[in-house]
Design a protein around this ligand. Structure first.
Ligand code: GDP
Length: 353
């Protein structure tokens, strides 16, 4: 999962290392001469501490510069960072990371490395790795909240409505989430608000049968709000904790979508609207997340098929672009293949050797 992105970040680390290995700019005077930025832009160690110079043992290049930093010399300059950062931005774009997100990541890495705190003398590699980790964490953890806590704290039944286009794994995700809720001690009822698509009832009924969940359906062409309303009534009468309501995903205009979701809003006042899309769709998934969020505000996203996505562009971009977090990753076709999205863990996975 996301191996492509992992490779790109690894390459960036190597590129920075290589840049930093270039000789001749290892002292403060030389740095002051670089045409791009004054010496103040360089990462320098202002508080000499020779005891930390042993980080030089970590190897040449950045590690050596980090050691020099311990004695007041430069780690890396903004000018040295430019080429690797440009390359990283390009690679991120090729990996389907949304443009503003790729720019945000590289800007934050630059900010981190150039403004590096003078006191912490790590190996050069650690300095770069920490800068990447913080930049990634900042963009992917926008709006993050604890889904389980939200469920635990809400009045029951908690009504969750799912939006997103068909074919991306929406129905499967609803089924997976009902299973996830069960393992966390919450009962749920499914509602097929996708009254538009032929066969939608049968599709979700199959999942409900396997999982032994109650499913509320109406005839094809019926009113989605009415189906979800019935499910809420059922949940209230039977002490069911959560209502999981699907909606039609193939509406022609955002006006249709808005009208449908506005009606659901009026009739059942959902606690959460979750957008579902597939990681493998990359930039398209990010664009759709934005469109759906613009048409009817979402609270979070589920990104399916992460197991089949090597790029990671959508996983990196959706939270930053919508301002709403990714809450779960779908990681396979089984009902248990649903992972809570934990930004720290994702970042560690992306940076592990
Ligand atoms: P819907 O039309 O959006 O409701 O899509 P479905 O739920 O029917 O899923 C479409 C296909 O994607 C099915 O074959 C699912 O098994 C598959 N699928 C759903 N989620 C995942 C996932 O996380 N990983 C993988 N590999 N396949 C998935």
């Amino acid at each position: 999962m996301f191996d492509g992105l992992k490779d790109k970040l690894g390459q960036f680390k190597d590129d920075v290392e290589e840049q930093a290995e270039e000789p001749a700019e290892g002292d403060d005077e030389a740095e002051a001469d670089t045409e791009a930025e004054p010496a103040a832009e360089a990462v320098t160690e202002s508080e000499p501490d020779t005891a930390e110079a042993e980080s030089a043992e970590d190897g040449p290049g950045l590690a050596k510069k980090a050691a020099l930093a311990a004695t007041g010399k430069t780690i890396i300059t903004e000018a040295e960072l430019e080429a690797p950062l440009e390359q990283l931005e390009l690679e991120l774009l090729q990996g389907d990371v949304e443009m503003t997100v790729a720019r945000e990541i590289t800007d934050r890495i630059r900010e981190q490395l150039v403004g590096e705190t003078r006191k912490q003398v790590e190996s050069g590699e650690q300095v770069v790795e920490r800068a990447i980790a913080e930049a990634l964490r900042d963009v992917i953890s926008v709006g993050q909240f604890d889904f389980e806590q939200r469920i635990a704290g809400a009045d029951k039944p908690v009504v969750i409505v799912f939006t997103g286009v068909n074919g991306v794994g929406k129905t499967t995700s609803i089924a997976k989430l009902s299973q996830w809720l069960e393992t966390h001690g919450y009962s749920s009822v499914l509602a097929n608000g996708d009254t538009y698509r032929a066969g939608a009832n049968e599709q979700i009924e199959e999942h409900a049968d396997v999982l032994d969940k109650r499913i509320i359906t109406h005839e094809q062409g019926g009113d989605p709000a009415a189906v979800i309303y019935d499910a809420v009534e059922y949940a209230e009468a039977n002490d069911v904790d959560v209502v999981l309501g699907d909606t039609a995903g193939r509406l022609h205009t955002s006006n249709d979508l808005m009208a449908q979701l506005e009606k659901i809003d009026r009739v059942v006042d959902p606690d959460m609207t979750l957008f579902v899309d597939e990681a493998v769709a990359g930039q398209d998934a990010t664009n759709r997340a934005k469109e759906f969020n613009d048409a009817a505000e979402i609270d979070g996203a589920i990104l399916t098929k992460a197991d089949a996505d090597s790029q990671g562009g959508a996983a990196i971009s959706i939270a930053h672009v919508t301002g709403k977090p990714i809450l779960f990753l779908g990681t396979g076709q089984g009902y248990a293949d649903l992972e809570e999205f934990d930004p720290d863990e994702i970042v560690s996975r992306l940076l592990e050797e």
